[in-house]
Design a protein around this ligand. Structure first.
Ligand SMILES: *[C@@H]1O[C@H](CO)[C@@H](O)[C@H](O)[C@H]1NC(C)=O
Ligand SMILES: *[C@@H]1O[C@H](CO)[C@@H](O)[C@H](O)[C@H]1NC(C)=O
Ligand SMILES: *[C@@H]1O[C@H](CO)[C@@H](O)[C@H](O)[C@H]1NC(C)=O
Ligand SMILES: *[C@@H]1O[C@H](CO)[C@@H](O)[C@H](O)[C@H]1NC(C)=O
Length: 663
């Protein structure tokens, strides 16, 4: 998209190196002065001017005299493609509706492609006469820019937003060499970071770039070229240099046109942590739903909190080893997928357990979900969006409520199962995994009951794999430059790694074997695939996701423990089957924090046979079309609305509290 990129000239930031140096008799020293971009305000909207130019136009430094200027920059608009001048007002009205970055104030100075050169003055909006010049570099995309008057360089515009949910580790902008650098901007707001989003107008969706302009948050375990990463650990962030290379998973999304806007917080080393006690190195993101003080779940916490909070963010890539996408999706009322295992390389991603790790999305829009999955998983994902599917009719439920009237969440979940059954013209049957296991126990399990067979499997795999792949090299590298010291590690990963040290290689081999035995059993006895691609899976297995609030972050929790035991959330972990969260609605519960009734998300998890990831997304789309599922919105509830802590006092006429001296 960008040609003739270059850093802003020193002149543009109002400094003259030569005159400074000549005042003193100093030894000749080189001064490398680089612009990190500029932060400006246009009609009360915060913008960031990229330091990397998109190209140049021919313009007199005195042009557009009526347009305001800061540091030699003026807001302008580029319009490419054949369009009549008369149609510009309609075009700009459309742009304002689809893009949160563009505003009419950019359109006082317009560069219009076509047969120039010509100079016109036209009434584009009701207030001002716009000046129109011609542009003949078609490589500069349409949209708002800041024009450096002295050079004619056009710089892309980012709108700045506050990260009030504390979801980001570091916001970023792309650099011309295909890498990233930290966004250098700060606006007022909750004493939190500032995130920049590029204009949506710069990007055009094509077959090769189906994610063009889609704004993406990336969990801070995926390494990005030019950026440091932390894995949720401050010692790690400081110890290691910025990455050379973006890993293939995120690169696939970038190649499809996605715009990475920042690294997002993970609980430490992608282990399960509870807000607030376990998050020692960094503070846990804020779940915006309900009273705003429910645990955001982990480990893809920044991903979930941001997609639930920010309309200006489209998708977030997280990872799921033991529930790290499903947990945050559920408690924040989002779609989220733990995919079939092994769909895409996780090179340059910090592992928890390669045997179990999976990359997936947290998202509000089930249509974008399909496009993003296609870009991420490539040929290993079969999109069924445009296919006439034949849904499996066998629906089985795990631990669903016996009495649908027992509480509001039970009613929502039961109604959903019934609606799903009616939709696929199928039947619902409770699944008793233990009875099925007893009836067809694999010979390798030698009669061991299911829960005993899998009791320590997860804990063994994650702790043995992460200690050797992550902890050991980290400790060695840290000790080498810190006189033998050990880095600080949060209580949860520290305890888990310690557990790993008590295990033998034989325990590890047993865990791998048990996992495989269960997988083979589940994928043949319970949820086998079918040969018909329009159906893919022999059935759906449902289990309970979020059932409303009740996990406030201001609790004094108990000490962390080893994640032993078996539960429905472990099935997909071991069996490698896709397991997606569908947001179903919300329940009203009394909040002890706000002393008021608040709405909290309710969600269900749906599994299909291994490799049937596309079927679950198609199901989400069809259930939305049938009115059975409603796509969630960003906001204080799944149907949108103010986020409690963000309600503006000024708008309600609240005045400043003034303190007077007590006498
Ligand atoms: C258009 O492009 C040509 C050749 O690149 C250049 O000479 C000319 O000045 C350009 N005109 C304008 C108005 O930018
Ligand atoms: C603006 O959008 C409307 C409705 O989609 C469309 O009819 C119209 O042609 C658009 N205007 C321009 C200039 O693209
Ligand atoms: C499964 O078998 C074990 C013994 O191997 C038994 O203790 C357990 O009660 C059985 N469970 C069910 C649900 O039949
Ligand atoms: C594996 O299964 C055996 C029973 O066959 C059990 O004794 C052992 O604890 C299991 N180990 C792990 C790590 O899963």
């Amino acid at each position: 998209m960008v040609s003739q990129r270059g850093a802003m000239s020193a002149r543009s930031v109002g400094l003259s190196i030569l005159s400074l140096v000549s005042c003193f008799t100093l030894p000749a020293a080189s001064a490398q002065l680089t612009s990190n971009g500029l932060s400006v305000t246009l009609n009360h909207v915060y913008y960031f001017i990229s330091p990397f130019s998109s190209g140049r136009v021919l313009v007199k430094p005195t042009a557009f005299s009526a347009v305001p200027q800061v540091f030699g920059f003026k807001p302008v608009t580029v319009v490419q493609g054949a369009i009549a001048q008369e149609a510009l007002p309609s075009l700009f009205a459309n742009w304002t509706a689809i893009d949160d970055v563009f505003q009419p104030a950019f359109a006082q100075a317009i560069f219009l492609s076509g047969s120039g050169p010509w100079l016109t003055k036209r009434k584009i909006d009701t207030r001002d006469l716009s000046t129109i010049l011609s542009i003949n570099d078609t490589s500069i995309p349409s949209g708002p820019y800041f024009l450096e008057m002295a050079t004619g360089s056009l710089y892309p515009v980012y709108r700045l937003y506050e990260d009030f949910a504390g979801a980001f580790l570091e916001p970023l902008i792309p650099t011309p060499d295909g890498k990233f650098q930290v966004l250098s901007a700060q606006i007022p707001g909750s004493a939190s970071l500032t995130v920049g989003v590029p204009s949506r107008l710069y990007f055009t969706k094509t077959a090769a770039k189906p994610l063009a302009g889609v704004r993406l948050g990336v969990k801070d375990i995926y390494r990005l070229a030019g950026m440091k990463g932390s894995n949720g650990n401050r010692a790690w962030y400081n110890l290691y240099p910025a990455s050379e290379k973006t890993g293939p998973a995120v690169q696939a999304l970038i190649d499809a046109g996605a715009q990475v806007i920042g690294l997002q917080k993970t609980s430490q080393f992608a282990n399960g942590e509870s807000a607030t006690a376990d998050w020692v190195d960094y503070h846990a993101p804020f779940n915006p739903r309900g009273d705003g003080y429910q645990d955001p779940s982990s480990s893809s916490s920044g991903a979930g909190a941001s997609i639930a909070s920010y309309e200006w963010l489209d998708i977030a890539i997280g990872s799921d080893t033991g529930g790290s996408i499903r947990g945050p999706s559920g408690v924040q009322g989002l779609f989220g997928n733990r995919p079939s295992h092994g769909l895409v390389s996780l090179d340059n991603v910090m592992p928890l357990s390669p045997t179990l790790d999976t990359p997936g999305f947290l998202i509000r829009d089930p249509y974008l979900w399909d496009v993003a999955n296609t870009a991420l998983y490539g040929g290993n994902y079969k999109s069924l969006a445009k296919t006439q599917v034949k849904y499996p009719t066998k629906i089985r439920t795990l631990y669903f409520p016996d009495n649908p009237e027992s509480n509001a969440a039970a009613t929502i979940i039961t109604n959903f199962a019934n609606a799903l059954a009616a939709f696929v013209e199928g039947t619902i049957e409770p699944l008793d995994l233990e009875t099925s296991w007893n009836a067809s126990t694999p010979v390798e399990a030698a009669g061991t009951p299911l829960e005993e067979f899998l009791e320590t499997t997860y804990a063994t795999l994650i702790t043995k794999e992460q200690t050797s792949l992550v902890r050991d090299p980290f400790y060695a590298d840290y000790a080498a430059i810190h006189d033998g010291r050990r880095p600080f590690v949060n209580p949860v990963p520290l305890l888990r790694w310690g557990y790993g040290d008590t295990l033998s290689e034989a325990d590890y081999e047993a865990a791998k074997r048990n996992k495989t035995v269960f997988m083979d059993w589940f994928n043949s006895e319970i949820l086998p695939p079918v040969d018909n691609p329009a159906q893919c899976s022999s059935g759906f297995v449902l289990y309970l996701g979020s059932q409303g609030g009740g996990n406030p972050r201001n609790r004094y929790g108990s000490a962390p423990g080893v994640p032993v035991g078996f539960n429905p959330g472990r099935i997909s972990v071991f069996a490698e089957v896709p397991d997606s969260v569908f947001p179903l609605g919300q329940v009203s519960l009394r909040s002890e924090i706000s002393n008021h009734d608040e709405f909290f998300p309710v969600a269900v998890d749906i599994m299909a046979a291994k490799g049937c990831d596309g079927l679950l997304v198609k199901l989400a789309q069809d259930l939305v079309e049938a009115g059975i599922v409603t796509p969630p919105l960003a906001g204080g509830t799944v149907t949108g609305g103010d986020i409690l802590m963000k309600r503006r006092a000024e708008e309600k006429g609240v005045k400043e509290v003034r303190y007077v001296e007590y006498s």
